[in-house]
Write a protein that binds this ligand. Structure first.
Ligand code: ADP
Ligand code: MG
Length: 317
């Protein structure tokens, strides 16, 4: 594709790389002694965003979902690669996309060092690289029976916003305005992930919903979990829709929150609160890891809730 397009929209100074955009490869020098954490996420038009969405928002979100994976490993963001397919060379779209992308990149000190640009249905594929000290990555397979289960931020906002946008839930406009930012401008919990090194036994980011993603930790760690529905953190506006089944579903099984779900020994409670304060994000204890396999959710009345939603059904007792 036009080199001028790449030069104009995707070439920035990259002091953290030996060589950035413009050659056949980027040249990177990882910090000696650190491990590289590497992850890719694709976003497709029609599936992950719609053509009417703001290009700056798409730029933000495409990088945010990737940074969220680095956060979930406790990695410090370093470099990104951006592969993009575009139906046409649309200068205004690219300018806004790059603005959203680089604003978030600059916040986290991650540098775009290369990529590929081609014509086709709008598709974004981003690869991110970060660094983590050996043995300190937050993995999915480290949860221990007795661990507290924690989540950052609030649950269900993004899924509720999507349900509203898709007409599956009626919301007052003022209410919708409170949850829409969670869907379009998710905040990757990078500082929290780093602060949890050495404290959390396991971690994952919530992209597919709390039950499904916590389920991955349970599966990989060979343990179970008990959750209290009433302990789940949610915005007051989300709470005010809980009489709707779709809203309860959004909190437990909705995707796109990009909060961290992690487990840690009960002895680390004070340290976790201190780490969260350093990272300037709220964290909430929502349950316990159990020896017995399976995932149960206790309702406000003390009775178990039953869910059959995808992402949960393979754990149903
Ligand atoms: P090649 O044909 O050698 O793969 P390209 O013409 O595809 O080279 O890319 C030229 C340079 O621009 C390379 O350094 C590549 O990494 C970079 N590049 C291409 N597309 C993007 C993009 N969307 N974002 C960042 N860098 C890009
Ligand atoms: Mg190429």
């Amino acid at each position: 594709m036009e080199f001028s397009l790449i030069a104009k929209h995707f070439t920035r100074a990259t002091p953290g790389a030996v060589l950035g955009v413009g050659d056949d490869c980027a040249l990177l020098a990882p910090t000696p002694g650190m491990q590289l954490a590497v992850s890719s996420d694709m976003l497709l038009e029609g599936r992950h965003f719609s053509p009417q969405d703001s290009p700056a928002g798409i730029g933000h979100k495409s990088l945010a979902v990737n940074l969220s994976d680095l956060a979930a490993m406790g990695a410090t963001p370093r470099w990104a690669i951006l592969a993009i397919a575009l139906p046409e060379e649309n200068d205004a779209w690219l300018t806004a996309f790059a603005r959203g992308f680089f604003r978030l990149a600059d916040l986290h000190g991650i540098e775009l060092v290369g990529g590929d640009t081609t014509r086709g249905t709008l598709t974004l594929s981003i690869t991110v690289m970060g660094e983590v000290p050996p043995g300190q990555a937050l993995r999915r397979d480290g949860a221990q029976a007795g661990d507290d289960i924690w989540v950052s931020g609030m649950l269900g906002s993004a899924a509720l916003a999507l349900a509203y946008r898709q007409g599956r839930l009626f919301m007052e406009q003022v209410d919708a305005a409170r949850v829409l930012p969670a869907l379009y401008l998710p905040t990757p919990r990078v500082a929290l992930g780093i602060a949890l090194r050495g404290l959390a036994n396991s971690a994952i980011d919530i992209s597919d919903g709390l039950l499904a993603d916590l389920g991955h930790i349970l599966e990989r760690s060979g343990v179970g979990a008990r959750l209290e529905f009433s302990a789940l953190p949610m915005l007051p506006v989300v709470q005010s829709y809980l009489h709707e089944a779709v809203a309860r579903d959004c909190v437990l099984a909705g995707g796109d929150d990009y909060e961290l779900c992690f487990t840690a020994p009960t002895s680390q409670r004070d340290a976790i609160h201190a780490a969260a304060a350093r990272a300037e994000v709220a964290v909430t204890r929502i349950g316990q890891i159990t020896v017995e396999a399976g995932l149960s959710v206790t309702g406000a009345d003390g009775q178990p809730l039953l869910y059959d939603r995808t992402g949960y059904d393979h754990f149903a007792a």
